[in-house]
Design a binder for this molecule. Structure first.
Ligand code: SF4
Ligand code: SF4
Length: 140
């Protein structure tokens, strides 16, 4: 009998949503549609007063459904609604995720904390995806 699936054994999607903190205004429109509730609002107090908000995807919980990018999901559908008014969300291949998120720009707080957090999560996710892949067929 097969053992129950643990969270680390869950299938890792091939693409994951990543938010460009430089473009994001923290409007939270993407949070409203995410079925996994994996988009979080980050608010950092500015030295000059007020707060600088942006959203971050918890990429280890993202299921790659694309709903935060556009509705409906299929490109063949004629009706299209873009979710982010600033085109700040991009679906990125997990295979290149650590390098891709390491190049993201954004506010100083994002560069100091958010970006390293994303790189670490992307590295873990890629390791999970790699370890879950079936071994290569030696005949090919
Ligand atoms: S791709 Fe889907 S699960 Fe991932 S952040 Fe967007 S809406 Fe949420
Ligand atoms: S919809 Fe776009 S601008 Fe609004 S919080 Fe999401 S990523 Fe940021």
């Amino acid at each position: 009998m097969a053992s129950p699936t643990t969270s680390s054994e869950k299938r890792v999607p091939s693409v994951i949503a990543v938010i460009n903190a430089e473009r994001c205004t923290g409007c939270e429109a993407c949070r409203e549609v995410c079925p996994s509730h994996c988009i979080e609002l980050v608010e950092v107090a500015r030295r000059t007063g007020g707060a600088h908000p942006w959203c971050e995807v918890d990429i280890e919980r993202c299921i790659g459904c694309r709903l935060c990018v556009r509705l409906p999901r299929k490109r063949s559908d004629r009706y299209e609604l873009k979710i982010c008014p600033w085109d700040a969300i991009e679906m990125m291949p997990v295979d290149y995720l650590p390098q891709a998120v390491a190049q993201l720009e954004g506010p100083a707080e994002f560069l100091a904390q958010g970006r390293p957090r994303l790189v670490a999560a992307a590295t873990r996710l890629l390791a999970r995806r790699t370890s879950a892949s079936p071994p290569a067929d030696p005949a090919t």
